[in-house]
Design a protein around this ligand. Structure first.
Ligand code: TK8
Length: 337
């Protein structure tokens, strides 16, 4: 552990001990610009709102969160740079968009890494998740908690995707991330990396034919207005991660840091419940909005899984064999193996 990381870990630990004794003088008046990519009326927006309330309450109104959604402060990648430079204090976004900064984040992009949300929670909230999160500190970011984006599913506007070959030539928007580009090229699609903030327009103007995101996002971003077909693929679980500008974090008192760390976790627990409840009802709602939904047959799902395993070696060499093995072991443990 590097000294700086140790210092951060220690200060969080000390703040935990001193937490009960926090006094008004431990908090300075602070405005926290907290950016996110989805609409206010989304699982992301609702959880950011709770985060803001928690922070204001716990700091006696001294720390105020200005929650700014719909990518009004920029795409995930632009906001990450603003945090590193100290021009913005906080954000939440996909771990996948952080891979250009911290290559280890690509471990979460491994297709079919988790079979269910409980496995994801165990690994992300456990030592492997923490280790990957701590890597951000070398790059000027402090990670506080993983939230759920969710299992990703495929939509497009050309035809129903019932077998692998149906993806041939479909122009599919993917996140700005090599694992996603490789994965969908491997499946035969024409993968086009684009920021999320440009996605609706790209679908509407038919610059791309399709995209992949969890049900919640397909609903809250109204992709059903511009996409006809939804195929249940669950090809990868995406986490979101709450991050803080390290430049700014370094100026905070231990009590202030504790308020942020605690609020990120309280809102994480709320967000995961909210997301799962919404996802449970989302398919019926999307159907009601006119989407045509199909499940892959078990045989086709297996073909897809087999094909995608071709990207695993590349991920392992990028994130390092040690991290790859530790993650596989953590997943096995979460499965009770
Ligand atoms: C929101 C994104 C979004 C992600 C994507 O800013 O880009 O498709 O799933 O949640 O981070």
């Amino acid at each position: 552990m590097k000294f700086k990381q140790l210092a951060i870990t220690l200060s969080v630990a000390l703040a935990t001990v001193a937490g009960g004794l926090a006094h008004a003088q431990d908090f300075k008046p602070r405005i926290i610009r907290f950016g996110y990519g989805l609409n206010e009326d989304s699982n992301q927006g609702r959880a950011v709102k709770l985060f803001a309330q928690e922070v204001e309450k716990a700091s006696g109104g001294k720390m105020r969160v200005r929650a700014i959604g719909a990518a009004a402060l920029g795409s995930d990648v632009q906001m990450q740079q603003a945090l590193i430079g100290g021009a913005q204090e906080m954000m939440v976004g996909s771990t996948a968009t952080l891979v250009g900064i911290t290559k280890e984040m690509a471990i979460w992009d491994t297709p079919f890494l988790f079979n269910n949300a409980q496995e994801a929670d165990a690994v992300l909230d456990g030592p492997v998740g923490q280790k990957v999160m701590d890597k951000l500190q070398e790059k000027g970011l402090v990670g506080l908690a993983y939230w759920e984006n969710g299992f990703r599913n495929l939509t497009n506007n050309k035809h129903a995707v019932a077998k692998l070959e149906d993806l041939d030539g479909i122009k599919l928007r993917v996140m700005q991330n090599n694992v996603f580009i490789d994965s969908f090229k491997t499946l035969g699609a024409n993968a086009v990396p684009l920021p999320f903030s440009e996605l609706f327009t790209a679908l509407e103007t038919k610059t791309v034919d399709g995209q992949e995101n969890p049900y919640n996002t397909i609903l809250s971003s109204k992709f059903y207005e511009v996409q006809k077909y939804l195929t249940v693929t669950n090809h990868v679980y995406s986490p979101w991660i709450v991050t803080v500008s390290k430049k700014w974090w370094d100026q905070l008192s231990a009590a202030e840091r504790k308020v942020l760390a605690d609020a990120a976790k309280v809102s994480r627990d709320f967000e995961r419940k909210d997301t799962r409840a919404e996802a449970d009802k989302a398919l019926a709602e999307l159907k009601g909005k006119g989407m045509q939904i199909n499940q892959l047959s078990p045989a086709e799902a297996n073909r897809m899984r087999d094909k995608l395993s071709a990207v695993n070696a590349g991920i392992a060499s990028n994130v390092g064999e040690d991290l790859w093995k530790e993650t596989q072991a953590a997943v096995a443990k979460a499965r009770g193996g």
